[in-house]
Design a protein around this ligand. Structure first.
Ligand SMILES: Cc1cc2nc3c(=O)[nH]c(=O)nc-3n(C[C@H](O)[C@H](O)[C@H](O)COP(=O)(O)OP(=O)(O)OC[C@H]3O[C@@H](n4cnc5c(N)ncnc54)[C@H](O)[C@@H]3O)c2cc1C
Length: 462
């Protein structure tokens, strides 16, 4: 019987175990998870009638892998879609006020967010030639400046990167974080043409399936995203061993040995590292210091999630997703999500639940502030942006010291080097959100890729 050990019981590790089981029904699969509860960044707290997502807020259906996983686990009819208002009403906090983020090109042209020169630059994007001597990998900001001008880079690209990566668009690799953008430029000559072609294709595919085309949407469960973690844990049963930290991964004569931080150890025919990159590095440092050093050099941003509940009649009525404060403003918070306006049952009757994301690449220290200082900072920002002076009736703080891996310029090459080195070791594999995308969809999509790779390895061995 093949013995497989997966290290890290976050979404990547758990979904990989599920996908591996489908491919290798007879294998003995063990998932080692350091914390008492698996799930990694996905964690829902239910207290005093409030339901707080401490990590991800929802599953975006731009890619199918996570929604499909939910369906495969029998959760399809429990999925709920985010409110229509949260899809349409999104804001940026710029120039000292909340400004609507336009949802279409036409609304953009009418919006005060960009100057006329900025708007012209967007309109001209589709006519702009690709520069022949562009560096192989460039930053998101450099790409945005080159394609659509300085204002798009400073306002829009920064806002998107703040919202997804809590990172700096001047430092992050566009090829690694938004691979579709350079691909659109290569294949269609411009990003706007690429987007149009992609949405035409989506529409045609939906019509071919006899479905009504709809815009991409955000999903969750009424009880929160922990439903997905619970279902994976239940499906995997005793395969998940929680409360065990893997310390070292070693090769033995014919197999692998994973040593825990206590006396426990696990022998395996294959080991898959699905913990954060720095954890993977420390596990294999003795085995291959140069591989470990490549893994160490993937940094993470720090984030604190500060959830506050208010009496609805004491705060302005909001109907939308929330707002982002672009990182270049270096504010104490990165943005606020109006959770109870996005999904139902996030707050008791007569109350609202909002969550602020604080820290990020340039203000990581904020995530370490003591609770009182952090809450006061969030309240000061809410006063400024939304004129909120009411006292919160509920608060919950979650800190993520290694929240989101930062795919710096050169990341695609680094990942190739890491994967090439890993391929030298028969039976060793890597996964997790450190390499091929940070969204939940990227993790579940990679789980399939790695599961196929592992299954092919055992097939070839046989
Ligand atoms: C605040 C926040 C908001 C987010 N919002 C969204 C969102 O709305 N939508 C979205 O799609 N994505 C979002 N993401 C990103 C997404 O949640 C993550 O990328 C994804 O959940 C990562 O899963 P993972 O399993 O790769 O890593 P992790 O969740 O980090 O899991 C890794 C696991 O490995 C374990 N581990 C570490 N070291 C060891 C060891 N030595 N031995 C054993 N186990 C170990 C850890 O305890 C952890 O459980 C968000 C992330 C954060 C932090």
């Amino acid at each position: 019987m093949s013995r497989i050990v997966i290290i890290g019981g976050g979404l990547s590790g758990l979904s990989l175990a599920i996908r591996l089981r489908e491919r290798m029904t007879a294998a003995r699969i063990t998932v080692l998870e350091k914390r008492a509860q698996p799930g990694g960044n996905i964690s829902t707290v239910h207290r005093d009638g409030f339901r707080v997502e401490c990590g991800p807020n929802g599953i975006f259906d731009a890619k199918p892998s996570t929604i499909q996983l939910c369906r495969d686990l029998g959760l399809g009819d429990r999925l709920i879609v985010a409110s229509e208002a949260s899809r349409k009403n999104r804001y940026l906090f710029v120039d000292g006020k909340l400004q609507a983020l336009p949802g279409s090109l036409w609304l953009f042209l009418k919006s005060p967010l960009l100057s006329w020169r900025g708007k012209m630059n967007i309109l001209m994007e589709k006519y702009r030639q690709r520069v022949a001597n562009v560096q192989e990998d460039e930053s998101i900001a450099a790409f945005a400046r080159r394609r659509a001008g300085k204002e798009v880079a400073e306002v829009l690209a920064d806002a998107v990167v703040t919202g997804i990566h809590a990172g700096d668009p001047e430092l992050l690799s566009v090829a690694a974080t938004f691979p579709r953008l350079p691909q659109f430029e290569r294949e269609h000559g411009s990003v706007s043409r690429g987007f149009r072609a992609a949405s035409r294709k989506r529409r045609e595919e939906a019509e071919a399936r006899g479905e009504k085309p709809h815009p991409q949407r955000l999903w969750s469960f009424r009880e929160g995203l922990h439903v997905l973690v619970d279902a994976m844990r239940e499906r995997l049963g005793e395969s998940v061993v929680a409360g065990v930290s893997a310390r070292r991964v070693q090769r033995t004569e014919s197999s692998w040995l994973v040593e825990g931080d206590g006396r426990d150890s696990w022998e395996a025919d294959a080991v898959i590292l699905a913990a954060p990159a720095h954890e993977q590095a420390s596990m294999i440092e003795e085995l291959d210091p140069s591989l470990a050093s490549e893994m160490w050099s993937i940094p993470y941003s720090r984030v604190a999630v500060v959830a506050l509940g208010f009496r609805a009649n004491e705060v302005p009525a909001v109907d939308g997703f929330g707002y982002i404060a672009p990182q270049n403003t270096r504010r104490d918070l990165l943005g606020v999500q109006w959770c109870s306006s996005i999904f139902p049952d996030r707050a008791p009757d007569g109350m609202v639940l909002w969550r602020a994301l604080c820290g990020g690449w340039h203000r990581g220290e904020v995530a370490d502030w003591a609770d009182e200082k952090l809450v006061n900072a969030v309240r000061a920002e809410l006063r400024l942006a939304m004129n909120v002076s009411a006292d919160p009736v509920f608060q919950h703080i979650a800190r993520w010291p290694a929240a989101i891996p930062q795919y710096m310029i050169g990341h695609p090459e680094r990942v190739k080097r890491i994967e090439a080195k890993v391929a030298n070791y028969a039976g060793l594999f890597v996964g997790g959100n450190a390499y091929h995308g940070v969204a939940m969809n990227d993790c579940t999509e990679q789980a399939i890729v790695v599961a196929d790779r592992v299954a092919a390895y055992f097939q070839a061995k046989r």
